[in-house]
Design a protein around this ligand. Structure first.
Ligand code: ZN
Length: 300
């Protein structure tokens, strides 16, 4: 395979992230260089293990960012880009392909994008900034990086705004990164993915842990159905993670998908050969095993 894909952070590996490195020809492309944790889950704050993992992943993102030629940001949620002032210099000299910060964007993301690109001067520090919405760029001899039209962050009309599905194409191989489409729930996102026939797809599965709470059950079911369609129709490696890996029943859903898949369905931890450590989903257990006053032991 002419493309090498490495996942730096994922929910099945203990952090909220879809940070991914694509190495192709002599280029290193970093997609969504961000990582975060859920401030509350089961009414509990993050466990010290989650904070530790977050720092580890953040450090590896920083190192890779420093070493990358091209950085892609699919949308302005904090698990998808490093935004703090102490990190903005890492974007210096990079080719930056970002979600358009003004069109098809909700208010909170527009403000974050402005703070990042303008106030913190990332647009100035970068070698070049290009909006990737409905756009493409050729890099090197035969690499094409393509951005989809803005796709809903979940269901059509959601107030969470839009994300861009990006793909890196090289001699017929296509790596596609579909962040936060949540299934996809949207039929438009499903169409785009099927039409562009990725060889490897990394996708955020439906937020089954939210069903009937922040996302309606019908929407989650739609996301599951669309994900099944992708598994059935694409002869590809489909890596499903992120929202879906926050559910303790995640592996059961994957197993079901696997039984109907035309290609291969895996989790990010399996793809990377890492242990299964969905720390956010396990938060309640972690706190029960190691209550707050014993965190000295963890650090020591
Ligand atoms: Zn996300």
């Amino acid at each position: 395979m002419s493309l090498k894909v490495r996942i730096l952070g994922a929910d099945s590996i203990g952090v909220r992230s879809m940070a991914t490195i694509v190495e192709v020809e002599d280029y290193k492309i970093l997609i969504d260089p961000g990582v975060s944790f859920a401030p509350r889950r089961y009414g509990l704050p993050p466990h010290p293990l989650e904070l530790e993992r977050l720092e580890d992943v953040k450090e590896s993102i920083r190192e890779e960012l420093e070493d990358s030629d091209i950085v892609i940001i699919t949308h302005y949620h904090y698990d998808h880009y490093l935004y703090r002032e102490e990190d903005v210099n890492l974007y210096k000299g990079k080719i930056l392909l970002v979600k358009n910060p003004r069109d098809n964007i909700n208010v909170s993301q527009r403000l974050r994008a402005h703070r990042f690109l303008v106030k913190n001067r990332v647009a100035e520090l970068a070698k070049r900034v290009m909006y990737i919405d409905s756009n493409w760029i050729q890099v090197g001899d035969s690499i094409v990086i393509r951005g989809s039209p803005p796709m809903p962050h979940g269901s059509d009309g959601t107030r969470l705004g839009y994300v861009i599905i990006v793909s890196v194409e090289h001699h017929g191989y296509i790596f596609m990164h579909a962040s936060d489409v949540q299934g996809p729930i949207s039929g438009r996102a499903l169409e785009w993915i099927l039409q562009h026939r990725p060889t490897i797809l990394l996708i955020s599965g439906p937020p089954t842990y939210f069903a009937g709470y922040k996302v309606s059950e019908e929407e989650v079911i739609q996301g599951l159905r669309n994900l099944e369609t992708i598994a059935q129709r694409l002869d590809a490696t489909v890596i499903v993670d992120h929202h879906m890996a926050r559910d303790l029943k995640y592996l059961e859903y994957l197993e079901k998908l696997r039984r109907q898949a035309k290609g291969r369905v895996v989790s990010a931890f399996e793809y990377m050969g890492a242990p299964y450590e969905p720390l956010e989903a396990l938060r309640k257990q972690l706190w029960e095993e190691k209550p707050p006053d014993s965190d000295r032991a963890l650090r020591g």
